[in-house]
Every structure is written in C-alpha cells, then in structure tokens.
Design a binder for this molecule. Structure first.
Ligand code: HEM
Length: 498
C-alpha cells in the first residue's frame, strides 16, 4: 500500500514539475509576459470575476509596443499573443500556409459532430472548406432571403404581442433575438420549422444551448482537452454529450431520408449539403455524418453570434436616439422605394444600417479573438521573436477594436467610423469580427443578412429606449466565451403606429 502511495506521489510531483516547466516557457525565451498562475494561466479569473475579453484586453494594452507579440499562458499552454498589426496580417493572410490550423479539439471518429469545418484542421479542413464555400455565395444568400424575411415577420408579431402585454412595455430582448436566429438557422440549415419564437421550450434551442455549455467530462478534463487537443484525440476522448450527439445526428438522418424519399428540394443549406452527398463516390462527396457535423456547426456558429450582435445593436440604438432616428428614416425611405417590401435589393441599399452593424461588431465582437497554430517555426523578422512550431497564436479582435490608435474614443458608438472614406483611412485587419484570410467566418454573408433583415424590420416597427433598469455601461457574462450581456438587455419597446 505504502509503495502505491509513494509511486502516486512521485507521479503527481512529476506532473506538477512538467506543468511548471511548461509555464516557465516565456521566461526561458525572454519574451515579455505576465507571470503565470497555476494551472489556468492568464485565465485564472475567468468564470469567477471577469469575462474572457476583460482579462485579455488589459494584457493587449499593457504589452502593445514591446514587440510583435507577448507571451501568455492560455489555460495550461504557452501561447503567442499578437500585438502588432503587421503580424496579424501575416498570420491571417500573407503567410496563411503556415497558420492554416485552428488547433481546437476534434475527434471525428468517436465524436462525429466535431468533424465540422470550425474544428477540423489540416488537409481535411482544406478539402471541406473548398466543398462548402459554394454554399455561402451571394447567389445562394439571395435564394434564402425570403425564408429569413418570413421568420423576421414572425419576430415582429411576437415582439408586438410581448411589448403590449409587458409592464411599461419593458422587455428582455436578447432571448427573443436568440429565438429568431434559431428559427432562421433551423429552417435554413436543417429545413425545420422549429418555431421557437412561439414555443420557447423548442427542443432545438434547448439542445443548442446544451451543446454550447454542457460537456461529456468535468471542467478539468475539458481544460485538458482544449490545452492538448492532439493528445486528447489520441486518448480517444469525446467532448459532446451523447444526448446532443444523438439529437443532431437523428434530425439530420430523418431529414435526409425524408427529402430523398419524397424528392423534396428547398432553398436551404441542407439542400446544398444533400447535393454534395449525392456526389458520394466522387472526390467531393459528403457522408451523412459529415452532413450532420456541418449542419450542427452552422446552427451553433450562426445562432448565438448573430442574435447577441442584434441585442448589442438595439442596446446602442436605444442609448443613441439620434442614430436610431436616422436609421429609421433610411429604412422607411428605402422600403418606400421598394413597394414597402423587404427585398434583397432594399437591404443592400441601406448603407447606414450596414454602418450601424459594422460599428456594433467593432465595439462588441461576439467571438472576441481569433486563433491559429503554427505549422512550422516562423520567423517574424526579429530573431528574438521566433514563433516555434506548434505554438498557439491568439489575435484579440476585441483589443484591436478598442485600440484608440485605430478607433479614437473607442467606447463611443459612432457608425460614422464605417463610411467608405473612413474605412479606407484605416490599415487592413483593424476590423476582424469575422476573422480574416482564407479561414475567416464562412457564414459572414448569412450572419450579416439575418442581422440586417431583423434589425431593419425591428427599427421600422418599434422604438427602443432605456428602461429604468438598463445599465449605462454593459457588463459581460463571465462564463460565456462569446461576448454577451451579463443580465440580458432590458429595453422599453414601443410599437410605432403605421
Ligand atoms: C454575426 C455573426 C457571426 C460572427 C460575428 C461570426 C464570427 C466568426 C469568427 C470570428 C470566426 C473565426 C474566423 C477566423 O478564425 O478567422 C468564425 C468562423 C466560422 N463561422 Fe462564423 N460568425 C457569425 C455567423 C456565422 C454563421 C451564420 C455561420 C453559419 C451559417 C457561421 C459559421 C462559421 C464557421 C463554419 C466557421 C469556421 C470556418 C472555418 O474554420 O473554415 N458563422 N465565425
């Protein structure tokens, strides 16, 4: 017994020693960094007192100017934290060949839904990205446009009913936006009328939230999997719960069978994915599991990102009544020129709406950082700042978007920053809410489209203003990696009489 205890003590001491050695990496390299805390590194306060961006933004400000990057410890692992815009451009665009991988956990055999475009790396990612790119062209967006407008009209109905019945017309608006985008993506990605706007307990949305929050293992194992994704895959670990796995795979299987048997064709992602399945046997065919994984990530990546963006936009419009009035004027004038119909062309014409959305995504980049892994040692031009093979590279969009060098008075919400002339004045990669380069957000057009349609119709039909409980400055949810308002967003919502 005492031998076992002694052996155990040796193993534990060895592991602690190895982890501590790993956490002395930046000191040994002589690269500026904050001393790490064991075992969560820079994220020690995460989920307790601060959100991810609130921890990372001060590090960006503190070390900017010291060199092309500083060191941090992201969970257990040393990581490169890029500070210099030139290096951002090189990593995302110019030297993309060396930074193609995102390096997050995936195990497509045991955990098939993780075989999706966001999580995959290497040649598998490359092949899949080529296959899926035609899914998101402007032509395809135009075909899906009417389906999105239909859900947006339902959102207007439900919002109208809720604001009429609410005390002083005060509503928590983020939940409704989430149900709107869930219904849009549910219908466009899975071909389902999930109708969560009317039925808040819709299983589809419940599972979406579970997929974002619940993991198969404890937070400790989860941290290990995120820190050492390749080792976790070799150990055959699985991240998603069986319930989430079975739910999404089941829906996709049923949809595929139904559509194939009844020869159903619709203008949605599922149709495009199915066309790829039917090419199976050819080089670019997709299996049902691969289809399920892509439909799943389209839902997950497209649902909360777009809805929280809409929530932040409404919050800023409520705070800046002049901006809201000017926007409403543009929406009404443009719609009048299009027979009062919300058409693809009408939305394209609303330039100020686009500026409002761009400024919202600047101030509140919902996914506040972009991540890559170096395939080989990378020379940044300064030998002291070599990026070693397999290093994790972080680019904090939130830090760049709030940097007064690029955006003076960064906390001010000012859509004038996004006129064509102002955009031209700024260097490349200063606005990266969708990432940049060949591995940017593939759903950029779709995400923008659903947010623009939703906002156009909401601002046409409702006036938004602060309620007594609306905070003058938003605080962020500490547990969510995505940027989201801590206590939701409460606004006064008044219907505008036609
Ligand atoms: C406002 C809405 C959205 C925002 C802010 C957003 C943001 C992002 C960001 C920052 C990335 C990482 C990019 C990089 O590493 O350079 C990303 C990747 C991705 N997004 Fe989005 N996204 C949005 C909407 C959507 C939608 C609607 C979909 C699908 C229908 C989607 C699907 C994806 C996928 C599949 C990837 C991985 C792409 C790849 O690795 O090749 N996103 N998104």
């Amino acid at each position: 017994m005492s031998t076992i205890i002694a052996l155990l003590a040796i193993v534990i001491t060895l592991i602690i020693y190895l982890l501590r050695y790993q956490q002395s990496y930046w000191q040994r390299r002589g690269v500026p960094h904050d001393p790490p805390s064991f075992p969560l590194g820079a994220l020690k306060e995460w989920r307790r007192t601060k959100s991810f961006s609130e921890i990372m933004a001060p590090i960006y400000t503190k070390f900017k100017g010291t060199g092309p990057f500083c060191g941090i410890y992201f969970l257990l692992e040393p990581a490169v934290f890029v500070l210099d815009l030139e290096l951002v451009k090189k990593v995302l665009i110019k030297d993309f060949q060396n930074f193609q991988d995102r390096g997050v956990f995936h195990n497509e055999i045991e955990d098939p839904l993780t075989g999706n475009l966001f999580q995959l790396d290497g040649p598998k990612w490359n092949v899949l990205r080529k296959k899926l790119s035609p899914t998101f062209t402007s032509g395809k967006m135009k075909l899906m446009f009417p389906a999105v407008v239909k859900v947006a009209q339902e959102l207007i109905q439900v919002m109208g009913e809720k604001s009429k019945n609410a005390a002083n017309h005060i509503l928590e608006i983020t939940e409704l936006q989430a149900r709107y985008t869930a219904d849009v993506i549910g219908s466009c990605a899975f071909g389902l009328e999930c109708n969560s706007l009317r039925n808040p307990d819709a299983e589809f949305v419940r599972m979406g939230r579970k997929a974002l929050i619940e993991r198969r293992h404890s937070i400790l194992v989860d941290t290990f999997m995120e820190s050492y994704p390749r080792l976790a895959r070799k150990l055959n670990l699985v991240s998603l719960t069986k319930e989430v796995q079975d739910f999404y795979t089941g829906i996709v299987r049923k949809t595929v069978e139904y559509r194939e048997q009844n020869q159903v064709k619709r203008n949605d992602f599922m149709n495009i994915l199915l066309e790829m399945k039917n090419k199976e046997g050819e080089k670019d065919g997709l299996s049902v599991e691969e289809i399920a994984a892509q439909a799943y990530i389209f839902f997950l990546a497209g649902f909360e990102t777009s809805s929280t963006t809409m929530g932040f936009a409404l919050y800023e419009l409520a705070r800046n009544q002049d901006v809201q009035n000017r926007l409403r004027q543009e929406i009404n004038t443009t719609l009048a020129q299009h027979n009062n119909e919300c058409t693809y062309e009408a939305i394209q014409q609303m330039k100020y709406l686009e500026q409002v959305l761009s400024e919202t995504l600047r101030k509140y980049p919902v996914l506040p950082w972009v991540e890559r892994v170096a395939k080989a040692d990378y020379d940044t031009g300064d030998p002291h700042y070599l990026i070693e093979k397999n290093s994790r590279v972080l680019i904090l969009s939130y830090g760049i978007h709030h940097d007064p060098e690029y955006y003076p008075d960064p906390e001010k919400f000012d859509p004038e920053r996004f006129t064509e002339e102002e955009i031209k004045k700024r260097p490349a990669c200063t606005w990266i809410p969708f990432g940049d380069g060949p591995r940017n957000c593939i759903g950029l057009r779709f995400g923008k489209m659903q947010a623009l349609i939703g906002l156009a119709l909401l601002i046409k039909h409702f006036r938004f203003s602060f309620a007594p409980q609306t905070p003058a400055v938003l605080t962020y949810n500490k547990e969510n990696v995505l940027l989201s308002a801590e206590h939701g967003i409460h606004l006064k919502v008044e219907q505008i009489e036609e």
